[in-house]
Design a protein around this ligand. Structure first.
Ligand code: MN
Length: 197
């Protein structure tokens, strides 16, 4: 069995200037590829394919000697696969429909939701992810963890706040990266994921 690096649904330079071509190439071809390779290496001897979401939801059933590697690299593969899909060169703006209604109900307004998401993203210490969960909760995970590892739902939106995601463009200023990222969020894809939950 082998997991594979998914192709980006747009060109490497398509998200610039929010995210440069250089970052996108490194992030996809080096970082994401490394998670895929190490995940495959960790699972090499198991010999059978398993749905990644199921695998991450049942880490405790794995042998102890590969559990952490599958957690880190399987999480890295899952999280980045989601991340590429929820961005688009024609993204930005605001969600509509039921997702917009849910966010308005929970946060009062879209702007207030963004404010709270930004605060969590800026405040997350070290490397990790910020998620919008199907119930509207803004969750965070350290490293390459994901809420599904705790038996929770698949997030509908995720933001990578590892330094490798922004340092070449924004140096240490994570807040500028986060602000620019909203201009490439693919709301129609997030709405599709929300509707499917
Ligand atoms: Mn990353």
């Amino acid at each position: 069995m082998t997991y594979r690096l998914p192709e980006l649904p747009y060109d490497y330079d398509a998200l610039a200037p929010a995210i440069s071509e250089e970052i996108m190439r490194l992030h996809h071809q080096k970082h994401h590829q490394a998670y895929v390779d190490k995940l495959n290496a960790a699972l090499e001897e198991r010999g059978q394919s398993q749905d990644l979401e199921q695998l991450l939801g049942s880490l405790s059933q794995l042998p102890e000697d590969i559990r952490q590697s599958v957690r880190d690299n399987g999480g890295g593969h899952f999280n980045h696969s989601l991340f590429w899909q929820v961005m688009s060169p024609s993204g930005g703006g605001q969600p509509s429909g039921e997702l917009a209604e849910m966010l308005n109900q929970r946060y009062g307004s879209f702007e207030s939701f963004v404010e709270q998401f930004n605060a969590k993203a800026s405040g997350l210490f070290g490397s990790g992810w910020v998620w919008l969960m199907p119930d509207g909760e803004i969750a965070t995970s350290p490293n390459q963890d994901n809420p599904i590892m705790d038996g929770q739902s698949v997030p509908v939106l995720g933001l990578d706040v590892w330094e490798h995601a922004y340092y070449l463009d924004y140096k240490n200023v994570r807040a500028d990266y986060i602000e620019a990222w909203w201009s490439v969020v693919n709301w129609s894809e997030v709405e599709r994921r929300y509707a499917a939950t």
